[in-house]
Write a protein that binds this ligand. Sequence first.
Ligand code: MN
Length: 321
Amino acid sequence: MSNLDREAVPAQCGGRGFVVAEPVRELLSPRRVQLGESTEVRRLLPNLGRRMVGAWCFVDHYGPDDIADEPGMQVPPHPHMGLQTVSWLHEGEVLHRDSTGSLQTIRPKQLGLMTSGRAISHSEESPKAHARLLHGAQLWVALPDADRHVAPHFEHHADLPTVTAPGLTATLILGSLDGTASPGTTYTPLVGADLALTEGAEVSVPLERDFEYAVLSMSGEAHVDGVPVLPGSMLYLGCGRTELPLRAASDAGLMLLGGEPFEEELIMWWNFIGRTQEDIAQARSDWMSGARFGEVVGYDGAPLPAPELPPVPLKARGRVR
Ligand code: MN
């Protein structure tokens, strides 16, 4: 998925200054964003008051949408730099193509992990023959400076490890939880786990005291540390926790996101993450001139043009609002 905003506004993120060191319960409301013609997403990160959770820097939740008589997701070829994209589905399927030659259908509870490194481009679409419902999340993970120029690559992991407790099945998307690790490649200490709760579940998930955490609700009625979190919203939890109490009044689907606070200061603009104004301007110019980001083969449609860069210089330092 992509940031299709035509009015792309730079987000300055990262750095210790924005991390809450102690446990908090800060409910984040989504912003509705139209993606192409037929998909509306709820954007949880970046949010007005919060830009990152560990290295997680972008979270869109979409659906469940009935797309039986519609094309569904249609995101044309677009570039990425300095990040990984995580595709996670609860219903339906997404066909991923990228400039390294990948062609992969991603299905529910399978990990589609694309590491852009220095440059990649990709498209995402609902296959022509698709399930009635489409429901999922698209997330980005910022790459640390030491790894942000790695060669672009795509991973598909269809069989992910799980951790179970009465009423809970946790599927490891990225990183590790309670000693069980996802096979997906990571570049900073973090976790992304799908938490499937059954009705009536009361369970506690072990956390790392030094990590910063948030929980996204995708479905059902769940309480996270006592706070009801409705589908499409996210509860930021801060740091300093060793466990997280969960309760489910119905079957519920949550996503646990966490990681070591991301110390580096970043500039996120459109689909790029850089460190300087020049990084971003160069990436934009390379994409528009057809350089560096390669070519996506087989998508029925034109690549996405980049929006105009804002006239105000982008700076990694400074206040968030
Ligand atoms: Mn994308």
